[in-house]
Design a protein around this ligand. Structure first.
Ligand code: FES
Ligand code: FES
Length: 931
């Protein structure tokens, strides 16, 4: 890996020549002048020299469009524009859109439609849409997709962005509104944290770095497996101007990180060996210019390549090299679920289906790469960082530095997408250590290739499965065997290997089940948490085999799913009785008319011969909400102060999915006040209680219940003060609370109540730990308190000559228990579907080959078709106002539905995803060649 060259920030350290010029232009109508080298990126000049950090940098390579600005009215990627090209010209950024603090029409439409989730792409989208609407005030949907085609979004699935632009261009855009007291749950409330994402004011991990911060750059292994020898760094590195320190493993008090306390297998910095391409070796700390300019090749680091293990299959062979010498057979973990005698039951089945399915490494590709900065404050260290899990970060950072957790404070920045990838620590330990050792603030911002090289991936899986049913199509047995490549380190591998066998049957009632899951270490990138924790891979297998069974019986594919759908009262493969809220059947029933219409349309489309064939597929899912068979608590607190201000101390990090809004909606209704009366402190570990990780679709269900209880507790405290009945109303009126209890009106003067040192007079606290039980040796128990269910229909066109697949339409029906905010529920489902399209058709991470967003393709605005979301509300009695979760479910059935549609169109059963054109073409040729 060599250092970047298109920068310099005032000088070229390699030749020591200053090449800075004063370059004048206008930004948002105001004249500015930047003294910098002519080749400085315009994006860097805007962000670093002018402080306009609304313009985001997602790749620095012209691939993501996050940095889009208007140059003389035309959109450009500002990361690819040399500053000199802006001389004398007009630049417009997101900061110029709002006027006098008021959002413009387009921004308001984005807010109303939920078109900004994490918000990292939003400035680029808004700017691109601005150009479009100037040129074409009434654009068609196709024109919108064209005009915004250069900007990638990883969260939304684009549909709400298109709708927002069309709405902004319409005659009478709908107004924004706030629901009244008691009506927040179920309302399409705009994101409470949405405005800063639309104005460019939001602060992500790289946006608030102090001017005097040192920078840290990690030098990473270019080899999959090697012995590494580090020479004297004193002479070659620290003599370099601007370099302050070079950290090695010897500088790290406790040099291991990992998710599980008994599996801290990942060195912070290499200890003599590297195990994957991207393994951290040393960390350079100095001025930004110095750490960027230092070439890796100029450091005295020698690698002696060792034999590498690729793929779980190879890792499990008897003589495979060991990735970790203390892990025999490279086996990380193995587990399973056994219920009845599946082999015997399978033998007795009328129809059987079997198959072997493969998936590959998939990259999260959030638009905001890992970023943050740390500072030492006395005997504490504080981190402002993009994360999904502040308390785990705090504890892990403290452990690495040899401190106690109370000595570390995590202040989450806005998070520009996570999807599981920001559940592992990235910049945290080393930035904190460098700040601790130097006493200066230290920032670390990953470049896109570094983010892709170093961040955990979706586990590649090889799944062999057999399903059997009786003559009526009732499932009798499932035998399922999944092998996962967990890469060089454990990360969340045990979680995936444990969750998958539980979900191996799919959302169906099956009396006899044998499901195994295991994970092997390899010299691939660490595989960790990624939206679904292995369930999307499992769904590809069980849904393909459900189609096989239907074919074997001559039964309709939707019908066989409906027949076997888990319902309330049914028993799962782990022996858990589903007490309530098992809504797959209503999802399928809602889809049924669309299914038959789509099949008829496809039949008509395929009457004509030709290379283009239309297909319709269906996929179903279930997903256990929260941790598997583990305690999974969340705690929330809401306070009322003397001035009548409500503050929700909310430890749940919002990574774009909307928990900041959802939890306020729940808490407001539980308390009985309008949601806009509640201010929040989110995620700061000094101020909030542990709400657990933002993962496993758990925040609405788990933290939502805690927020509901906190709101109810404060309500009870207020009603006690007024001696009022439970159904009394509460109204905040400045320094007093008015309680109306029938005819009685009581005014509580808050100034007369005893206050703590911060003026808090009353408070409510709530906790919730979903009731689960551990799984026994046969995987029997109740691993989750509740499950989400869903089903999707995909309509695709397959070009049988090119091997390309074009999604035409997706219908998605999901049982979410209760939709706290339907707009956000739709947004999660649509975003999940976009990632499911990527999983099915496009995305394959290959170390050394697809480490950027040019070679690694994620769905663009043109790749996501029309989506119809049908929300099914089969209320969960344990959930807040009946809600469950929807973060992951939207993704799970998409790939199976698309693969089913490909098969319907062509007869080819795809067994390896992504179904890239060359794979599909080969399968089509093979099918043609069959006798
Ligand atoms: S940051 Fe400029 S295109 Fe990605
Ligand atoms: S909202 Fe588009 S990348 Fe997150």
């Amino acid at each position: 890996m060599s250092a970047r060259s298109l920068d310099g920030g005032g000088s070229d350290p390699a030749c020591g020549v200053s090449v800075a010029d004063a370059i004048a232009f206008t930004v948002n109508g105001k004249p500015v002048s930047v003294t910098a080298p002519p080749l400085r990126r315009l994006a860097d000049a805007l962000r670093d020299d002018l402080g306009l950090t609304g313009t985001k940098v997602g790749c620095n390579a012209g691939d993501c469009g996050a940095c889009t600005v208007l140059l003389d009215g035309a959109q450009v990627c500002s990361c690819m524009v040399p500053l000199a090209q802006a001389a004398g010209r007009s630049v417009e950024t997101v900061e110029g859109l709002a006027r006098n603090g008021r959002l413009n029409r387009l921004q308001r439409a984005f807010l109303r439609h939920g078109a900004a989730q994490c918000g990292a792409c939003t400035p680029g989208m808004l700017v691109a849409a601005t150009e479009l609407l100037r040129a074409s005030p009434r654009p068609s949907g196709a024109e919108v997709m064209d005009g915004l085609g250069g900007v990638l979004c990883r969260c939304t699935g684009y549909r709400k962005i298109v709708a927002a632009v069309l709405d902004a261009a319409g005659d009478a855009p709908q107004p924004l509104g706030t629901p009244p007291s008691g009506a927040a749950v179920g309302a399409r409330l705009a994101k409470l944290d949405g405005v800063p994402k639309l104005t460019g004011a939001e602060r992500y991990g790289a946006d608030a770095v102090p001017a005097d911060a040192l920078w840290l750059r990690i030098v990473r292994s270019p080899h999959d497996s090697a012995r590494v020898v580090i020479g004297s760094l004193e002479e070659s590195a620290t003599d370099w101007p601007g370099m302050e320190r070079v950290l090695t493993a010897n500088d790290v008090p406790s040099n291991r990180v990992g998710i599980y306390p008994d599996l801290r297998d990942q060195p912070v910095l290499a200890e003599g060996v590297v195990r994957y391409r991207g393994d951290p070796v040393v960390a350079l700390v100095g001025t930004r210019e110095a750490v960027v300019a230092m070439r890796d090749d100029d450091l005295p680091i020698r690698y002696e390549p060792l034999p590498a293990v690729h793929g779980a299959g190879e890792a499990g062979t008897p003589n495979a090299p060991l990735v970790h010498v203390d892990m025999a057979d490279n086996r990380l973990i193995e587990g399973g679920v056994e219920r009845g005698d599946a082999e015997v039951a399978l033998d007795g089945c009328t129809v059987r289906a079997e198959g072997r399915f493969e998936t590959t490494f998939v990259e999260h590709a959030y638009i905001e790469p890992e970023a943050g900065w740390a500072r030492r404050v006395g005997d504490r260290v504080e981190l402002f960082v993009s994360t999904q899990t502040p308390v785990m970060d705090r504890d892990m950072t403290a452990e690495v530095l040899g401190l106690v957790p109370a000595q570390v404070r995590i202040v989450p920045s806005a998070c520009g997408g996570g999807f599981g990838g920001k559940l592992d620590v990235s910049v945290q330990p080393l930035a904190a250590l460098a700040a601790w050792l130097t006493g200066k603030p230290v920032a670390c911002v990953y470049e896109r290739p570094e983010s892709m090289m170093a961040s955990p991936k979706r586990h590649p899986a090889t799944i062999e499965a057999r399903l059997g049913c009786d003559g009526d199509g009732a499932l009798q047995a499932v035998v399922f065997d999944a092998t996962f490549d967990t890469g060089a380190y454990a990360s969340w591998g045990p979680t995936v290997a444990g969750r998958v066998p539980v979900h191996a049957t799919g959302p169906y009632a099956v009396p006899a089940v044998s499901a195994r899951g295991r994970a092997f270490y390899t010299n691939g990138p660490p595989a960790g948490a990624f939206r679904g924790f292995g369930v999307p891979q499992a769904a590809i297998a069980h849904e393909a085999l459900m189609d096989d069974l239907a074919a074997g019986l001559g039964m309709d594919r939707l019908e066989i799913r409906l027949k076997n759908a888990l319902r309330a009262g049914d028993v799962t493969a782990t022996g858990q009785v589903l007490e309530a809220s098992a809504g797959l059947a209503p999802c399928l029933e809602a889809l049924e008319p669309r299914w038959h219409r789509a099949l008829e349309e496809a039949a008509q489309a395929n009457v004509e011969d030709g290379p283009l064939r239309r297909g319709v597929g269906i996929g179903c899912m279930w997903y256990g909400i929260g941790n598997t068979a583990l305690s999974n608590p969340s705690a929330m607190r809401i306070t009322l102060d003397r001035e009548g201000r409500l503050t929700l101390y909310n430890g749940a990090v919002d990574i774009g999915q909307g928990s900041t809004t959802i939890l306020a909606q729940i808490c407001a209704d539980a308390l009985g006040v309008a949601v806009d009366r509640i201010a929040q402190i989110v995620g700061d570990t000094d101020w909030t209680k542990d709400a657990g990780k933002t993962s496993a679709s758990r925040q609405t269900f788990v933290s939502g219940k805690a927020a509901e209880r906190a709101g109810a507790a404060l309500r009870a405290a207020i009603l006690r003060e007024a001696n009022a009945a439970a159904d009394a109303s509460i109204e905040l009126a400045g320094g007093c609370v008015v309680v109306r209890d029938g005819e009685r009106r009581v005014e509580i003067d808050l100034a007369r109540l005893k206050a703590d040192e911060r003026g808090v007079v009353l408070e409510g606290a709530g906790t919730f730990d979903p009731p689960t039980t551990p799984l026994d040796a046969k995987g029997q128990g109740s691993p989750y308190a509740t499950y989400a269910f869903g089903a999707q229909i995909a309509v695709v066109d397959v070009d049988t000559e090119l091997g390309t697949v074009t999604p035409v339409r997706i219908h998605a029906a999901h049982d979410v228990g209760r939709a706290i905010n339907p707009t956000q529920v739709e947004g999660q489902i649509e975003g999940g579907i976009a990632q499911g399209i990527g999983l099915a058709l496009m995305e394959e991470y290959l170390p050394g080959r697809t480490e950027n967003l040019h070679d690694y393709l994620i769905p663009t605005i043109g790749d996501v078709p029309e989506i119809e979301v049908i929300i099914v509300e089969d209320e969960e009695p344990q959930g807040p106002f009946g809600a469950k979760g929807v973060g992951e479910p939207g993704l799970v059935p998409t790939a199976p539905a698309i693969l089913g549609a490909i098969r319907h169109a062509t007869g080819v059963r795809v067994t390896k995803v992504p179904a890239l054109p060359h794979r599909l073409r080969a399968a089509l040729r093979e099918l043609e060649a069959r006798p």
